[in-house]
Design a protein around this ligand. Structure first.
Ligand code: ZN
Ligand code: ZN
Length: 169
């Protein structure tokens, strides 16, 4: 279902209007994509893997069905990391410059986590939840009104509901 209406999202004290599709792409410009619909969740992950992979304090992500992403140009390629403990992490990159665009959930690969910083305008991506806060950097800004989980959330519906409720009325 195509959503073209502007959606107001509360960002702290402000409201921002967001329309879909939202465009994004890689660093070199070879790969461009669009997200057609409002994602399920926007969250920040403070796990040590995301810290290592991003080179930053946390990863800012959008959870969305991969079917809502259109790759306009470029060759998106899958990369796989196998961890020593047996976990496997599949992520999709620009085949030219290796910018990481989204990763597949292990149990449900049809749902992906888009790296929000690859959007042309990520300003509206205000995370409703912070996960793996047990390994968050001590100075990490985690607003009091955000959901917080010490590790992986058990029930994603709580975050999905929070994201929907963030739509301004
Ligand atoms: Zn690229
Ligand atoms: Zn993480």
């Amino acid at each position: 279902m195509l959503s073209v209406d502007a959606r107001l999202i509360r960002c702290g004290v402000d409201q921002v209007a967001v329309t879909f599709p939202q465009a994004g792409g890689c660093l070199c410009g070879a790969t461009r994509y669009e997200i057609r619909e409002d994602p399920l969740i926007a969250y920040a992950c403070h796990c040590t893997d995301c810290q290592t992979a991003s080179g930053s304090g946390f990863a800012l992500c959008l959870t969305t069905p991969v079917a809502t992403i259109d790759v306009g140009r470029g060759a998106v390629e899958r990369r796989t990391i196998s961890f020593e403990d047996g976990r496997v992490w599949n992520f999709l990159v620009c085949g030219e410059c290796e910018t990481r665009l989204w990763s597949e959930r292990r149990t449900t690969p049809e749902i992906v986590s888009v790296r929000a910083g690859t959007l042309d305008d990520p300003s509206w991506v205000h995370p409703v939840a912070h996960i793996w806060v047990a390994s968050a950097l001590p100075w990490s800004p985690i607003p009091a009104d955000a959901l917080r989980y010490p590790g992986q959330p058990g029930d994603p519906m709580e975050m999905i509901r929070a994201w929907r409720e963030r739509a301004a009325r």
